[in-house]
Design a protein around this ligand. Structure first.
Ligand code: AMP
Length: 291
């Protein structure tokens, strides 16, 4: 199906308003471009569940710290357009920063507290404020819709869901499972930074989380610190990885539970490998909570 690429915010708003006026439901997939199979799974889901699948393709400078990879972030609009169309998108918003913020850097910031205190929020100061500010703007521009986000960025999914709920935005947030390479590495635009040697060991991040999950589900380990240490040790055993964090959290508040036992927990880890900073996560359900 043909895809229409729009770079102007007013035209985007009109296009989606017109779809809804014609009685069509809208599925929105916010992305930073450099599309891969993970993004395509979100677009496919939006296309399957909604009449119009629309994606935004915008590298958001606000969510990058001063020493991060904004300048190096991969970009390929022509390829994105092809992949998005192949996955079933009909509309794509690809504006410049000047089109997004015609008055220059915004004076407004949207901030979700609490959920952003730890993990990515701690490792990347200001990151989530940048995310919620742009996502709030994109949701406000796009109007009532279902919005698809990946579990790959699990904390982001929780933070955006909380923002939508707190601000009563007319949006239903849909979390979608992480798409992985055959060896378990989560697809990510940043995997492009890995050298062949680094790529060969990158799936250790996934396998270290799996090792933590086994401790909880099969060995009935209930001490979160013990599981965190095991994940970090497994990951750090490959010396090219520099571990940022390995954490066990209650998915409701992203705090470490005192004890693992009564319900599902989330295991999250972040590590540097060469020029890439990789993140991943998975659920673990203690045996006692599985019945
Ligand atoms: P990004 O372009 O990295 O900002 O990601 C845009 C959306 O795609 C976010 O909701 C991500 O969580 C989601 N996403 C990124 N990688 C994956 C993946 N491997 N599987 C599923 N969703 C993903």
């Amino acid at each position: 199906m043909a895809i229409e690429v729009i770079d102007d915010l007013a035209t985007w708003r009109r296009a989606l308003d017109a779809s809804r006026s014609a009685g069509l439901s809208v599925g929105l997939v916010p992305t930073m471009g450099a599309l891969h199979g993970g993004h395509m799974s979100l677009i496919r889901r939006a296309a399957a569940e909604c009449d119009v699948a629309a994606l935004t393709d915008y590298v958001n400078p606000l969510q990058f710290g001063p020493s991060e990879d904004l300048g190096a972030y991969p970009k390929n609009l022509l390829r994105d357009r092809e992949l998005a169309a192949e996955a079933g998108a009909q509309l794509m918003l690809a504006p410049s920063p000047e089109q997004v913020w015609p008055d220059g850097e915004p004076s407004t910031s949207v901030r979700v507290s609490g959920l952003t205190d730890r993990l990515e929020g701690e490792a990347r100061p200001g990151h989530f404020d940048g995310v919620t500010t742009i996502v709030c703007k994109l949701l406000s521009l796009s109007g009532p819709c279902r919005a698809y986000f990946g579990e790959k960025d699990y904390q982001q999914l929780a933070v955006v869901s909380r923002m939508v709920s707190d601000l009563s935005l007319p949006v239903q947030v849909v979390g979608c499972p992480t798409v992985r390479e055959v060896d378990g590495l989560a697809l990510s635009s940043r995997n492009a930074y890995l050298s062949p040697d680094e790529r060969a060991v990158a799936s250790r991040l996934y396998h270290s989380l799996l090792a933590g999950k086994r401790l909880i589900e099969e060995d009935a380990v209930t001490d979160p610190a013990c599981v965190e240490a095991a994940i970090a040790e497994h990951l750090g055993a490959e010396r090219r990885f520099s571990v940022d964090y390995a954490a066990v959290v209650d998915p409701a508040d992203f705090k470490r539970p005192e004890r693992i036992g009564s319900g599902e927990v989330r295991l999250l880890a972040a590590a540097r490998l060469g020029k890439a900073r990789l993140i991943d996560n998975m659920a673990a359900t203690p045996a006692a909570a599985q019945q």
